[in-house]
Design a protein around this ligand. Structure first.
Ligand SMILES: C[S@@+](CC[C@H](N)C(=O)[O-])C[C@H]1O[C@@H](n2cnc3c(N)ncnc32)[C@H](O)[C@@H]1O
Length: 261
């Protein structure tokens, strides 16, 4: 028997002891971590394997949004690898302008449909094959493309960034390229909230992949000041089944070093 729980499966194993007596037991076994290719994500959306999606505004965003806003109104907020995060509508309803980038057309269309927003879809000049989906007033614009095809030349720089789950969604060799791109998208005074997971079972290699404090500093520390805002254990029954002892969600505030000099 096999039941797959993302990267873990519940499997029946049978053992024979010294006197030839057999016994069976159910065990969670770890599978190989997924190769996080573009196809992997496209297929997940096609099959609606989107356990990461939350139907309510992310608690960490609600808790720390004032740090990102820093007293500013009507700012431009970037959502890299946005999925269909309801947080985008929440911030747009507060008067901010939201720009997202997402690979899956299904995700983008579900976002507008589920949030009851009318939208227009049009090609992006100078980006063959890339479409932009935007609300009629232009408050929310989502680019349908690979994040690595996006740049400040296309949509300018941003005053705030809410980044939840992006580093975990990329293969490790792409993360350096990703952080370099994100740094170029930060306007002067930009306040970037990075939400990551740090799991504390040393042999845990499945998804969600852990992002250590050291890796965050390695990715952003050369150009940005980094401050740990929050570190909360959000372990639930689901993660206990994965064999984890703790499931820590961390939020860092990242700001350009040039702002402090
Ligand atoms: C872990 S999910 C996080 C989604 C969203 N940030 C949220 O909080 O619900 C990662 C998302 O990134 C998208 N994605 C993965 N690789 C991408 C890439 N190279 N460019 C653009 N989007 C990508 C996936 O389709 C998926 O929707």
């Amino acid at each position: 028997m096999q039941v797959t729980f993302q990267e873990y499966r519940l499997a029946m194993s049978t053992e024979v002891d010294a006197v030839g007596k057999t016994s069976s037991r159910l065990q969670f076994q770890q599978c190989k971590p997924a190769d996080l290719t573009l196809e992997h994500w496209i297929t997940r959306w096609e099959q609606q394997k989107i356990g990461f999606h939350l139907d309510t505004v992310h608690e960490m965003l609600k808790k720390h949004v004032d740090v990102m806003l820093n007293g500013r109104k009507q700012i431009r907020i970037f959502f890299p690898l946005c999925g269909k995060a309801v947080d985008m509508k929440w911030l747009a309803d507060q008067g901010h302008t939201v720009v997202g980038v997402e690979l899956s057309e299904i995700a983008i269309k579900q976002f507008f449909t589920e949030q009851n927003l009318s939208y227009i879809q049009e090609p992006v000049a100078g980006m063959p094959g890339v479409d932009i989906f935007k609300t009629t007033e232009g408050q929310i614009s989502l680019f349908l493309c690979n994040i690595f095809d996006f740049s400040s030349l296309i949509a300018g720089q941003f005053d705030g960034i809410w980044d939840r789950g992006s580093l975990q969604a990329l293969n490790s060799p792409d993360r350096q390229r990703y952080s370099k791109l994100l740094i170029t998208l930060m306007a002067k005074g930009c306040r970037y909230l990075l939400d990551t997971l740090v799991c504390t079972k040393s042999d845990f290699e499945g998804l969600p992949i852990k992002i250590s404090e050291a890796e965050t500093r390695d990715l952003y520390g050369h150009a940005c000041d980094i401050q740990l805002l929050d570190s909360s254990d959000t372990l639930t029954g689901k993660q206990k089944l994965w064999g984890l002892e703790s499931f820590i969600e961390e939020v860092h505030l990242i700001t350009p070093k040039t702002d402090s000099s």
